[in-house]
Design a protein around this ligand. Structure first.
Ligand SMILES: Cc1cc2nc3c(=O)[nH]c(=O)nc-3n(C[C@H](O)[C@H](O)[C@H](O)COP(=O)(O)OP(=O)(O)OC[C@H]3O[C@@H](n4cnc5c(N)ncnc54)[C@H](O)[C@@H]3O)c2cc1C
Length: 409
């Protein structure tokens, strides 16, 4: 008899397993593929590894701006992918060791709930006092069209390309679509991004969306907004505006479908499979909430889109607030000394406030992923703007941009 049976070994499942065993529970974890789940094997980590190569390549091409010379700058994409694989493997081994040290029993098999307190896997029954489902999500197909791994690619397929295409159409401009557009463009692939909504990255603040569009245009990325894909046929992409595109490949990035368990029993579900917010840190926070009872504010989950420059936000967007009900400060990153030192002057820091409190922060800047965290702390703890002004910020940093912005609210 186990105290806890967990189905799915991604960030939700493995975090729950590690915390539960730390609290003295006997835990069995079922994983049909590799521990680490989407995040480690097919998501956050591998994409950021490839993205890093892309960014460094882009910087190397512009080395002369830094007074450096790098001649015949080129890349070997197979090696880029190999490096990504090594990083993933190394981190997975670390995770496996950590699970072993915590005495989590791992069953490498597909599992199902066979009765209220029973999990069935490999033909065996595991009795569990409590069951937690953390089965994650998988790439959504375009109109039921199967991914073929050659022309119509999912976010899983695109990670294992041996060679980059000359041209690609990216369907969807959520975080995955935006990050891959940036990777492809940095490596010199001709990219077209197609978005059904009125703006790119429609989940973001309107000014963030507009800025991304501007940045993409400077990189010669072709953009279709308010445009859908009618059909994909004979290696052609038919757009709703009547145009037909003929790229070498298509990346479908139109969201992720929940991996639901087919069973009639009520169960606890966390992570991507619960269908709330599909982010790794949300998944692991839910796991900690489930095991440790540490609650968290689900309206204050930071979002980050990686690439050059990074994009990050927390709290309310301008379009969500009633006109005249808020104050706004908009600071261009080029106003910061550090951005000039780093040759990274693109972007802005935007703060939105109401009644002496920050209610939304939207950043397009180098280091946005790190910057956003201080604002999560400020908003969650309702630290007033007057109090924030008492903080001493280091120089030269991007954080100074936040400090300066406080005086413009
Ligand atoms: C390309 C890409 C980039 C991403 N980048 C980021 C990012 O930068 N930051 C971020 O926060 N999030 C990112 N995400 C999202 C992040 O990967 C997910 O939110 C996170 O992995 C969810 O964790 P999870 O544990 O709920 O599910 P998963 O990580 O999907 O894990 C679920 C696991 O359950 C297993 N499983 C499913 N069914 C069964 C079964 N019946 N029996 C046994 N095992 C089963 C699966 O094999 C899988 O390993 C990205 C996703 C993708 C696709």
């Amino acid at each position: 008899m186990y105290d806890l049976g967990i189905i799915g070994g991604g960030p939700a499942g493995y975090t729950a397993a590690l915390h539960a065993t730390s609290n003295g529970k006997k835990v069995v974890l079922f994983e049909q593929d590799k521990v680490g789940g989407t995040c480690l094997n097919r998501g956050c980590i591998p994409t950021k590894a490839i993205l890093h190569s892309a960014e460094v390549f882009e910087e190397m091409k512009n080395a002369e701006n830094l007074g450096l010379s790098a001649e015949n700058v080129s890349f070997d994409y197979e090696k880029v992918v190999e490096r990504k694989d090594k990083i993933v493997e190394k981190l997975r081994k670390g995770l496996e060791l950590s699970l072993k040290n915590h005495k989590v029993e791992i069953v490498n098999a597909n599992a199902e709930i066979s009765a209220k307190n029973q999990i069935k896997a490999n033909g065996e029954i595991y009795e569990c006092k409590e069951i937690l489902v953390a089965t994650g999500a998988k790439p959504r197909e375009f109109k039921g069209m199967k991914f073929d791994g050659e022309f119509v690619l999912s976010s899983d397929d695109v990670l294992n390309l041996k060679k980059l295409p000359k041209s690609i159409v990216v369907v969807g401009s959520g975080a995955i679509g935006i990050e891959w557009t940036r990777i492809f463009a940095a490596f010199g692939v001709e990219v077209t991004i197609v978005e059904l909504a009125e703006n790119l990255l429609p989940v973001a603040d309107i000014e963030v969306s507009k800025r991304i569009e501007r940045i993409f245009k400077t990189k010669k990325i072709k953009i279709y907004k308010s445009t859908g894909v009618e059909k994909i046929e004979n290696k052609n992409v038919y757009l709703t505006n009547g145009e037909i595109l003929a790229p070498e490949m298509v990346l479908i990035a139109i969201g992720r479908e929940i991996c639901e368990l087919d069973n009639p029993h009520n169960y606890n579900c966390i992570g991507d499979a619960c269908g709330e917010i599909q982010l790794a840190h949300f998944a692991s926070k839910q796991a900690i909430e489930f095991v440790e009872g540490i609650k968290f504010d689900k309206t204050l989950v930071p979002s980050v889109v990686y690439g050059n420059p990074e994009i990050a936000w927390i709290g309310k967007r301008e379009q969500d607030l009633e006109e005249g009900s808020f104050q706004k400060s908009m600071l261009l990153v080029s106003a910061l000394g550090k951005s000039h030192c780093d040759n990274a002057t693109e972007g802005f820091i935007k703060l939105l406030s109401q009644n002496d409190e920050i209610v939304g922060v939207h950043i397009v800047s180098k280091e946005a992923s790190a910057l956003i965290q201080q604002m999560v702390i400020a908003i969650q703890n309702k630290i007033s703007i007057s109090k924030l002004k008492e903080i001493c910020y280091a120089h030269p940093t991007y954080s100074e941009g936040i400090y300066e912005s406080l005086f413009n609210l």
